[in-house]
Ligand binder design. Sequence first.
Ligand SMILES: Cc1cc2nc3c(=O)[nH]c(=O)nc-3n(C[C@H](O)[C@H](O)[C@H](O)COP(=O)(O)OP(=O)(O)OC[C@H]3O[C@@H](n4cnc5c(N)ncnc54)[C@H](O)[C@@H]3O)c2cc1C
Ligand code: SF4
Length: 403
Amino acid sequence: MSNYLDEKKGFTPRDVFEEASRCLLCLDAPCSQGCPAGTDPAKFIRSVRFKNIEGAASTVRENNILAGICARVCPTEKYCEKACSRSGIDKPIQIAEIQRFLTDYEETCKMKILEKEKPNGKKVAVIGSGPAGLTAAGNLALKGFDVTVFEKYSKAGGYLTYGIPEYRLPNDVVNNEIKKIENLGVKFKFNTNVGKDVLLENLKNEYDAVIIAVGFAKGKLIEDAKNAVLAVDFLRDVKESRGNYKVPSDAVVIGGGDVAMDVCTTLKRLGVKNVTDCIYEEFSEFRASQKELSETQKCGVTIMDGYVPSSFKDNGEIVFKHRVINSEVVIKPSLTVLAIGQKADFSGLNITDKDLTSSTYQIKGTNVFYCGDIAPGDKTVVYSVKTGKECARAIIDYVGGNK
Ligand SMILES: Cc1cc2nc3c(=O)[nH]c(=O)nc-3n(C[C@H](O)[C@H](O)[C@H](O)COP(=O)(O)OP(=O)(O)OC[C@H]3O[C@@H](n4cnc5c(N)ncnc54)[C@H](O)[C@@H]3O)c2cc1C
Ligand code: SF4
């Protein structure tokens, strides 16, 4: 039986108060400085300590429009929890769990936290509805902008909706946060590929500013791996089917990042008996987060570290060679999934990576801005929230007279 939809249980109110009571209430709190999105854990944990749950929930949402999503998928061990002073005594405060409780509380109690300012007469087009585009759109709508988001798929969310598996990020959580952004008046035009169905040049003329937030939409390929499926396509199909996906008895995954770990755990949750992950790096060099790697190992995935595919034969066999030792392994998998990274697809937009290097998120000499994975920095949801917020701020300054 598939357990693809089962999310792990969150904290009870008792867990939350106990965890908050461990907080040292630091001044100039390192956890708050460690959050790229400025969610301010020190402030909301202090409110929890004083039993002000509504105040805590308001702090979270006002600072981070995608706070319920970040609470579930943020690699906090790299950011706020890494910085937490309590680590010096025993272990960091479980900030993400407290944040998850607060955003669930907000949803259950139907709190209305976000209030928008009156219309300012300015129009912004956003290309792409992933976390970066959504954050920029929501933050601009709060400031009175008339915002339209153009999305090539039929649903909003980018990798929140089409990539991250449901057992880590349920659709309901994503949909509720998108609804909050819609309630601010943001309009969505789905099934609209900018560069093909609509031209960027026309949007530049029609809107005061345009934001490109198209993410890393394309999976990287190995030319010879003709029968392999791309990780992002596989995860999207499984997510769209909500786990009703016909799986083979065995599979090989090629790649060692977090996306590869998601593919492995998804395959196991769907009931695939034998899953082997072949990874270029050796254990000591791993790119995947420790959290994801240990989840993958717990599921019973066989990890072959240091192995690279050297040939894909017509009969379906793949020959793997070790990078360091003299070892060769031949596997004939029923399914091969390639998870060797993603890259941007700028087709029809007439831009290159060189245009995307400004600290003000603006393409020089134009009214075009950008944010999310295509901007320099970490490729995570919380970084997309950070760059989405900063990009919105840059547009507010731009239309305010610094044209
Ligand atoms: C499987 C997977 C698991 C991940 N897990 C995590 C995790 O646990 N934690 C974490 O922090 N990060 C995770 N990430 C990374 C994270 O999802 C990305 O960093 C984040 O989604 C980037 O946001 P974005 O808005 O820049 O782009 P995206 O989320 O890629 O969204 C871009 C949107 O633009 C649309 N678009 C593209 N081109 C056009 C066009 N021409 N016209 C109109 N629309 C267009 C796309 O359809 C898409 O909806 C994961 C990524 C993947 C693939
Ligand atoms: S750094 Fe840790 S202990 Fe200090 S305020 Fe933040 S959560 Fe509390």
